[in-house]
Design a binder for this molecule. Sequence first.
Ligand SMILES: N[C@@H](CCC(=O)N[C@@H](CS)C(=O)NCC(=O)O)C(=O)O
Length: 205
Amino acid sequence: MLKIFGAPHSRAFRVIWLANEIGIPYEHIPVTFSVPNAQCKEPWYLELNPNGLVPTIDDGGFVMWETAAINLYLAETYKNSLYPSTPQSRGRMLQWTFFATTEVEPALITLFRNRVFYPPEQRNETLAVQAEQTLRAKLAILEDQLSKPPFLGGDTWNMADFMVACVLYVLTHLKLDLTDYPKVDVWLAASLNRPAAQVARKLRE
Ligand SMILES: N[C@@H](CCC(=O)N[C@@H](CS)C(=O)NCC(=O)O)C(=O)O
């Protein structure tokens, strides 16, 4: 059975959401990542993932890490209706995946750390302001896209939508004003309210 390593409030959340979304049976091993008790730095875990971060999966002996890669692998391996069926729609899924992980996520995480996660005395407001500016520019691109077909994947919510929505989940902790991005706001809320997302969100509580 698929094993998913990583505390439910880590990026493992995204893998747990997908496993529920496409109906893969799995065992969840909630490896911790915060100091001083970071199990992801223990030798047994480093054998699985030399990068010492969560999540990691073991799919019947095939071990891999990097969240987005894991989810693309699972979606392709366990056939399901969310996986795009043409080279073009798969290209679009990859486009939005790289956009989410390389363009959106760094700004989102910097903003989250400096507005929410770090203790107040460690927060850097200059970095937060820059990150918010970058993030808003990326949200404007998503807003524009969602004004055309209703979903990033086209006419239906598919893996392209999943790969972006699971990264944007952090927004729910930021309480960023999304008035300028009404379509993103509605699309994200609907994505995060999907039954599979709710299962994964419940584990974080
Ligand atoms: N690019 C990696 C990042 C993984 C990552 O940073 N995971 C965090 C938890 S969400 C972690 O393990 N942090 C522990 C650390 O930074 O030492 C991925 O997407 O899987």
